[in-house]
Write a protein that binds this ligand. Structure first.
Ligand code: MG
Length: 459
């Protein structure tokens, strides 16, 4: 059986591997899956700003209706807006048409469960199986689904955020925020949210445009030269950038310093655990600055496998107070169990207001670690055996304090950790090494890269 869903739903180039036949088939498979447990499923569908959105939305909606699902189109919305709508309006499922930060020729399909979380691997596998076996259950003419539109999702979502943070406190600070929506879906939410939070917004690329005329949609420093230079010149309090579907946010401090997502994650974790500790969840790849701030507040860290649906699921199971990924995907359980950039903006402003400190000062208080990454080739069919051998060998290694096999093989050593993790898509192993000392990080990476290469050679 083939594979459709990757780490972030189904992605592909429009009218090549991401086409109407695929979307129609997925719609029929999705509907067939939902109908197994629900008599008349109600599905919300939304899109980001890409030019192929209507094409794919109509195809997938047709498949859902053919299998007896009612489809409600909520229009162009950020992914977390769709997720919030699904949960709070009692939908049985949600579909978001987006390729997140990928270049404009891409598009994708991502599934949302009734609780607003991203589809788990189990659900994706079930839909995939129906799709490949073409085991669609089309309904009689009189049971075909309805199609309607609802334009209340954005108001519902913004009000939800405003009810979760201390609006009056944020308003009292009159923050000047430079906002870069990268011409993505966030442009329909974040400018309004900032206004309602009493901020003075300076807007860059906030008009949704699926050609991404402003800059490439991935929020990495080389794409963000304009906002990085503007924040200090305008004497703004901070800058914030959203990715194409506005589930991730990256921040720039008042001096125009790009803040790595791992530091923002640690900052929100520090404040979420400040009063009563609590459980904080992040993948094994995340920086130890997260662990350090949480443990200092008598909180407990759970490391998961990589993937935001996994982080969200573990957060629900453990009643966590905070979670997220180091790529700017922060999850606030008091609002919803998914990555949410607009909520991240509101929360960062709230922390700045409460602590009465600039963003640069708050980030300076986060412990500093040095991450070193490298990679090596490894044939896909050897990966499992290599990991097993690596774990066995390193468990006997006296310099290894602890071996974590949650995702790849992570070794805790004196002064840092090193993680060897196979790529899910490419024939490579990635090596991550982190320490407070840069040389130590490099040394650990090179030592364990050699050990892993030797194992690959002999496997
Ligand atoms: Mg995204």
């Amino acid at each position: 059986m083939g594979k459709l869903f990757g780490t972030n739903g189904i992605r592909g180039v429009v009218n090549q591997d991401m086409n109407t036949d695929l979307a129609l088939g997925i719609g029929k498979a999705w509907g067939t899956f939902l109908k197994k447990s629900i008599k008349r499923p109600k599905v919300a569908i939304g899109t980001d700003a890409r030019l192929s959105n209507h094409m794919l939305k109509n195809a997938i909606s047709a498949g859902l209706m053919a299998t007896g699902c009612d489809v409600v189109d909520v229009g162009l919305v950020p992914t977390p807006t769709l997720q919030y709508t699904v949960r709070s309006k009692g939908f049985d499922s949600g579909v978001i048409i987006t390729a997140s930060h990928n270049p404009p020729q891409f598009n994708g399909i991502k599934g949302v469960a009734s609780d607003g979380t991203e589809f788990s691997k189990e659900i994706e596998n079930k839909i995939e199986k129906i799709y490949f076996e073409k085991n669609y259950k089309l309904v009689d003419w009189e049971n075909v689904g309805n199609f309607s539109q609802w334009d209340g999702a954005i108001d519902l979502y913004i009000n939800g955020i405003l009810n979760t943070v201390d609006v009056n406190l944020i308003k009292s600070k009159n923050f000047h925020v430079v906002l870069d929506c990268g011409n993505g879906a966030g442009g329909l939410v974040a400018p309004i949210l900032l206004e309602k939070l009493g901020c003075k917004p300076t807007l860059l690329f906030c008009k949704p445009d699926g050609r991404f005329p402003g800059h490439n949609s991935e929020p990495i420093p080389e794409n963000l030269t304009e906002i990085i230079s503007k924040v200090p010149v305008l004497k703004a309090d901070l800058g914030v950038v959203q990715d194409g579907d506005a589930d991730r946010a990256i921040f720039i401090d008042e001096n125009g310093i790009f803040i790595g997502g791992e530091k923002t994650l640690a900052l929100v974790a520090k404040y979420a655990t400040k009063q009563n500790g609590g459980i904080a969840v992040t993948p094994v790849t995340s920086s130890s600055c997260f662990d350090e701030v949480v443990q200092k507040n008598n909180g407990k860290v759970i490391h998961t496998a990589v993937g935001s649906p996994i982080v969200a699921r573990v957060m629900i199971e453990n009643n966590a107070v905070i979670g997220g990924e180091a790529n700017g995907g922060l999850i606030f359980p008091e609002f919803q169990y998914c990555r949410d950039s607009a909520m991240s903006i509101a929360k960062i402003l709230e922390i700045m207001a409460k602590e009465n400190k600039s963003l640069g000062q708050l980030i300076n208080e986060i412990p500093k670690y040095e991450l070193y990454t490298t990679k090596m080739s490894c044939p896909n069919d050897k990966k499992e055996l290599v990991m097993k051998t690596l774990a066995e060998k390193t468990k006997k290694d006296s310099s290894v304090l602890e071996v974590d096999e949650t995702d790849g093989v992570k070794l805790y050593l004196d002064g840092g950790w090193v993680l060897m993790r196979p790529s899910g898509t490419e024939p490579i192993f990635r090596v991550y090494a982190e320490s407070k000392d840069k040389n130590k990080a490099e040394e650990m990476a090179s030592t364990y890269k050699s050990i892993t290469e030797e194992i690959i050679k002999n496997s």
